[in-house]
Design a protein around this ligand. Structure first.
Ligand SMILES: Nc1ncnc2c1ncn2[C@@H]1O[C@H](COP(=O)(O)OP(=O)(O)OP(=O)(O)O)[C@@H](O)[C@H]1O
Length: 259
């Protein structure tokens, strides 16, 4: 299922946060959104998962305009791990992850044995089943992040939207999560800060700068040294990884090119 942004514009008050954002995320592929702090990555993602209505333009998940679909329809197609969440302090981990099943249920439907198996399986995949009865708010930042990924998995949606999914995770847990995302083979759109992760895990990148999509394409075409210097202000190269031989993004020093 494809994800398409068509001329998306976001204006908040007098500020234009996003201008004419166009892109297409291919079915079953990982598309990374990269760009400096404040460039508009989260804003673009929020438009995709119905948290923010664009001032102009359209977002399509598969054939449907997300802003003409119901919240439930959107929940069946799109699972989200956002940067912020509005979870009550008293929810247990099990309750949080079970919420991912809500789009599959009618109002008074009870949890079934099948739901419970899906929830347990998701918790196993992120190695958090041991915490099922813990209060979500008492977990560490990295543990909470893994639980939110488990909740997204239980939605069993074809599209996965991730806003800086490796936040709070140690280096091993970061790679474990990104390997898991790759193995899922969903249509994934992820805002990422780590440009080596973006190079290693993404099939395509969308580079956002000052609220504009600067370019999109395969990582080696997007992350040219000239463009990285201009947008991020650092000297960089893509070189063969000394351990794997795969393309590896490295930085050297800050450059003086104005951003
Ligand atoms: N509700 C709002 N009101 C005013 N400005 C906003 C609002 N939401 C976002 N912005 C501004 O829009 C710009 C883009 O924000 P956004 O969160 O999309 O950036 P980002 O690329 O995800 O940044 P980061 O890498 O720091 O997470 C920022 O300058 C931010 O301050």
């Amino acid at each position: 299922m494809k994800v398409v942004a068509d001329g998306v514009r976001v204006r908040i008050g007098d500020a234009v946060i996003l201008e004419r954002a166009d892109f297409e995320a291919e079915s079953g592929r990982i598309t990374g959104i990269i760009g400096p702090n404040g460039s508009g990555k989260s804003t673009l993602l929020r438009c995709l998962y119905r948290a923010l209505k664009p001032t102009a333009g359209n977002v399509y998940i598969g054939p449907d305009d997300v802003w003409r679909s119901s919240a439930r329809q959107a929940g069946l197609r799109t699972a989200v791990v956002a940067q912020d969440h509005d979870l009550d302090n008293d929810y247990s981990v099990l309750e949080v992850v079970t919420m991912g099943r809500n789009p599959h249920k009618r109002v008074l439907d009870r949890e079934t044995g099948s739901d419970r198996r899906i929830v347990d399986n998701a918790l196993d995949r992120v190695r958090m089943r041991w915490a099922s009865d813990r209060i979500f708010a008492t977990l560490s930042g990295g543990e909470r992040q893994r639980v939110l990924v488990a909740r997204a998995l239980t939605q069993q949606a074809p599209v996965l939207l991730l806003d800086e999914p490796t936040n709070h995770l140690d280096v091993g847990a970061q790679l474990e999560l990104l390997d898991l995302v790759r193995d899922l083979e969903l249509t994934t759109v992820a805002a990422l800060h780590d440009l080596d992760h973006a190079t290693t895990y993404c099939d395509r990148l969308i580079l956002v700068h000052d609220g504009q999509v600067v370019t999109s394409g395969p990582p080696d075409e997007v992350l040219t040294p000239e463009r990285v210097a201009k947008v991020f202000g650092v000297e960089s190269a893509i070189v063969p990884h000394p351990l794997t031989g795969r393309p590896h993004f490295v930085t050297a020093s800050r450059v003086t090119t104005p951003r």
